[in-house]
Design a protein around this ligand. Structure first.
Ligand code: SF4
Length: 323
């Protein structure tokens, strides 16, 4: 199978008319500079030199709500990519946007510009939670947009958040089931963090909101991951990108942030599998476990957590053949 490489182009966020409680983007004004075509071209050229010849190469427009821009503005970016697709240097375009910024005119235009993946920030498919967090769109908006995106033959992505105010483990699983039902082919899962200068920070300080612990977020995500994988929904990302503000805590007030979040989730999944495999067995048995090569580090676990678990139970990898 060919590997996929994406060139991320971050579109500067224009003043956003919404006020999601977890987001501090409302402070951004229209004065933010737009991205010049030369900057986009330079980024593409720079990345292309690092990609293997035979890989599938994509341009990903992230950051803002792409289709919230005027068609002219969208085309300013999309037109830059067209010569690269014509020359066979780029295979396709993907972008992310809001569910209420989708209509037929927008999708026609994206199709014409050879976009193939459209990701929607659904965040939750519980009407009550959408209202509490001030998303400004309904579950119906997500359903209708998903139907249209599928109808036009795009690959649909639906992103979700866990641990939003009012969320529960069962509620998160319901959202995941709905994402599968709506025909998403990919997803991103973001545990909610309390970011500085947000409404959520005020709610947290007033005791109206408690974020998930890291352990809870890892446990919820391990269930979600297995559910999505069993239904062929690819997980493109779990956990926020470790920006400088999160890493040095200057913008992070509270919440389940970890630089190796996905690795923690995979460690947890293998922990649960190993516990099941070894239940009731003793150290004298020879057990062979089939492990995909790229998952071996998760079997050993983050910080060797799973290796220690086996050791504590008088078992060791030396006596277990991994194949
Ligand atoms: S998360 Fe909400 S408030 Fe923030 S930029 Fe997106 S739509 Fe706007």
């Amino acid at each position: 199978m060919k590997s996929h490489y994406t060139i991320p182009i971050f579109i500067p966020q224009k003043a956003c008319p919404f006020q999601c409680v977890y987001c501090n983007q409302y402070k951004i004004t229209d004065h933010q500079q737009s991205l010049e075509p030369e900057e986009v071209i330079n980024t593409i050229e720079r990345y292309l030199t690092t990609f293997p010849e035979k890989a599938v190469k994509r341009i990903g427009f992230f950051g803002g709500s792409f289709t919230g821009m005027s068609i002219e503005e969208q085309n300013r970016y999309l037109d830059i990519v067209q010569p690269y697709i014509d020359a066979g240097k780029i295979d396709t375009i993907q972008l992310s946007t809001r569910p209420d910024y989708i209509n037929e005119e927008i999708l026609e235009n994206l199709k014409k510009h050879r976009v193939s993946i459209v990701e929607l920030g659904a965040q939750s498919l519980d009407e009550r939670i959408l209202a509490i967090v001030g998303r400004g769109h309904s579950v119906k908006d997500v359903e209708e947009a998903s139907k249209m995106i599928n109808g036009y033959g795009f690959e649909l992505g639906l992103q979700m958040m866990i641990g939003l105010p009012g969320d529960t483990r069962e509620g998160a699983l319901r959202t995941a089931h709905k994402i599968i039902e709506l025909g998403a082919k990919n997803t991103r899962i973001y545990p909610t963090l309390v970011i500085k200068d947000t409404v959520l920070e005020r709610m947290y300080n007033d005791g109206e909101y408690t974020p998930l612990s890291l352990e809870e977020a890892v446990a919820w995500c391990s269930e979600l991951m297995q559910l999505f994988e069993a239904n062929n929904v690819k997980i493109l990302r779990m956990g926020l990108h470790p920006s400088e503000g999160l890493m040095n805590h200057s913008s992070l007030i509270a919440g389940p942030f970890h630089v190796s979040f996905r690795e923690l989730v995979m460690t947890r999944i293998w922990h649960d599998r190993l516990v099941k495999i070894f239940a009731g067995r003793n150290g004298d048995e020879k057990i062979v476990i089939e492990v995909p090569k790229d998952e071996m580090r998760y079997v050993i676990g983050y910080g060797s957590a799973n290796r220690k678990l086996l050791k504590d139970n008088m078992l060791s990898f030396d006596r277990i053949n991994f194949s």
